[in-house]
Design a protein around this ligand. Structure first.
Ligand SMILES: [Zn+2]
Length: 140
């Protein structure tokens, strides 16, 4: 008799704690908001820089990736980290251009970096700066 009542009480308490911590409301909402922002800026920048490169890509996805800012598959599909929305614009440019250039050079050869440098001449600095942001994320 007392069991169902007790279970309900526990369930209610768990719900309250989850709500207070924002485990359901806060971060999830933030994630979706950042994801939308990232998707919009990725598309905008892809089209902008592709006026220069004139390459063709497959699908574009924005995901919650743990360790990468972006990736490019052999099939030409592009993936980006939703945290891109939180980076300064020049680093967003760099990440988008980096993946865009992989559509032509599927490696990190000198030829690849030359291609990146055509639109992001300061790519070495960006690379360094981005690494610091990656570390900051990993520590969270
Ligand atoms: Zn790369």
């Amino acid at each position: 008799m007392a069991e169902w009542w007790f279970k309900r009480k526990v369930r209610k308490r768990v719900k309250r704690v989850v709500r207070r911590r924002g485990a359901l409301g806060g971060p999830r909402k933030d994630y979706l908001r950042h994801k939308e922002a990232a998707r919009a800026l990725v598309h905008e920048k892809l089209h902008f820089f592709n006026q220069h490169y004139k390459l063709a890509w497959g699908s574009v996805a924005v995901r919650n990736q743990k360790s990468r800012w972006g990736s490019c598959s052999k099939a030409g599909n592009l993936n980006f980290n939703y945290r891109l929305a939180l980076l300064p614009p020049h680093l967003q440019d760099y990440v988008v251009v980096h993946e865009l250039c992989h559509l032509r050079e599927f490696n990190h050869s000198a030829k690849f970096w030359r291609l990146v440098g055509e639109t992001v001449p300061q790519y070495l600095l960006c690379k360094k700066e981005l690494h610091q942001h990656s570390i900051a994320i990993a520590k969270k």
